[in-house]
Design a protein around this ligand. Structure first.
Ligand code: PLP
Length: 432
């Protein structure tokens, strides 16, 4: 009887598998989650849990959507993968193959991007506190652009270039003083932010850069935040920047930030509308013939990926606590800024038991989902949390000596391991 009920619920859910899941994901006739043509329970058995499962076709489709949306509106554009969102070589390689450039936030991501196959000239180095070593590494590699963040860096970059007798293209990161409606922890362009130069300092930086024969200031950059659900703040930021600093720059980099669907209430602009809006605002406010640069991270990777866990314990206190074999070590977002996460039993979608899904870490705050509705969860069940492809793997850590999970890429019924699970011995491998 109960099996039958679950079956019926699963079939109903099959028609409704939401946009939170990768594009090709579905429930099969038994109500089991299939992703990239692979069965979620079999993936859990083969690769263990927790595991990140990336749907390659979804990743490629989103990359193509970005490229074609910009290409339909301008000949002069660049789409750079903000690699911090999913700094995994194999994922980056897929995006390099799709013709994207790459934005790196430091020496580690630069090393990864080079290994993934991005042409050095298509790489852009970011960072509000780049070290001299990171700058040297970037210059040695021949990165296309250094995005200069502050006045100290102006001196450091021009000094290093002079020493080498080398020239370098740079953009200037501006803090436009605009805060989109997103969580303060992922708002980055407001009036008092650690990122970029305020408008007055930007003028000073431009004067100093103009005095150096070694730099070519190709453009201005701003990135106002992440998980942005409307286009108006980008326009407001661009208006402020052009009003203060003029339009005499060939490249305009409006950062990334496009929001994604994490739950039923999220309705971000489409990639099409986002690209159309950005191209139009650059044309209107900066004039024709300008290059538009974009740096999506979350919108490329978040929905491509799910995390699989195994339930280890079900405890009935005041609430029902479902303990899984991962948590804040593989998905920090719920703990860092209260991010919402969906969750289902991978072979019994559409449950009705209210539960709190917790991680295994020694922190009361290690809660993945506070308001889960699960189908009578039991130890041994495989749980799936969708939309974990952005800022999950990248922020993974080894708290409590937890080895970091593997990454499995699925497509057309094949699954390939691209990052293996960390081993206990590796946790000790830096001991001297
Ligand atoms: N560009 C810069 C400079 C960033 O700092 C970030 C993320 O914080 C991004 C792009 C990517 O943002 P998102 O993942 O929201 O697209």
């Amino acid at each position: 009887m109960r099996e039958g009920c679950h079956h019926a619920a699963a079939m109903a859910a099959a028609q409704q598998l939401s946009h939170v899941y990768p594009l090709g994901a579905r429930l099969d006739g038994r109500g089991r989650l299939q992703i990239g043509g692979c069965d979620a329970l079999e993936l859990a058995r083969e690769f263990g849990t927790p595991a990140y499962v990336v749907d390659e076709d979804d990743l490629r489709a989103r990359a193509r959507a970005f490229v074609s949306a910009f290409a339909a509106r301008t000949d002069d554009f660049q789409v750079h993968f903000a690699s911090k969102a999913f700094a995994c070589t194999a994922v980056a390689r897929v995006l390099a193959q799709e013709g994207l450039g790459c934005d790196v936030a430091g020496g580690g991501e630069l090393t990864m991007a080079l290994k993934a196959g991005f042409a050095p000239g298509e790489i852009e180095l970011h960072g509000n506190a780049k070290t001299p070593d990171e700058l040297r590494l970037a210059l040695d590699a021949g990165v296309g652009t250094i995005v200069v963040d502050n006045l100290d860096e102006v001196a450091r970059v021009t000094g290093l270039l002079e020493e080498r007798g080398a020239t370098q293209r740079v953009q200037l990161r501006i803090a436009p003083g605009v805060s989109p409606d997103t969580h303060p922890s992922i708002s980055t362009g407001g009036p008092n932010t650690k990122f970029g130069l305020n408008l007055a300092d930007a003028e000073r930086a431009l004067e100093r850069l103009a005095a150096s024969p070694w730099v070519d200031v190709e453009g201005l950059h701003f990135h106002i935040g992440s998980q942005i659900m409307e286009l108006a703040p980008f326009r407001a930021a661009l208006e402020r920047v052009t009003a203060a600093l003029g339009t005499d720059f060939s490249a305009w980099n409006l950062g990334g930030g496009l929001g994604v669907v994490y739950g039923p209430d999220d309705a971000p602009p489409s990639i099409e509308d986002y690209a159309a809006g950005k191209v139009a605002m650059v044309r209107e406010l900066c004039g024709p013939g300008k290059r538009v640069v974009d740096e999506p991270g979350r919108a490329l990777t978040a929905n491509s990926t799910v995390t699989l866990y195994t339930v280890q314990s079900v405890k009935r206190n005041v609430a029902t606590w479902v303990g899984v074999d991962g948590g804040m070590s593989d998905n920090l977002r719920p703990m860092l800024y209260g991010a919402h996460c969906e969750v289902e039993v991978a072979d019994r979608f559409g449950g009705e038991t209210p539960c709190i899904v917790t991680g295994k870490h020694c922190e009361s705050g290690d809660v993945l989902v506070r308001d889960a509705l699960l189908a009578d969860p039991r130890p041994g069940d495989v749980l799936v949390t969708p939309a974990t492809g952005a800022y999950g793997f990248s922020m993974a850590n080894t708290y409590n000596g937890q080895p970091r999970p593997p990454v499995v890429i699925v497509s057309g019924g094949d699954a390939r391991l691209v990052v293996r699970r960390e081993r206990y011995e590796e946790l000790l491998s830096r001991d001297v």
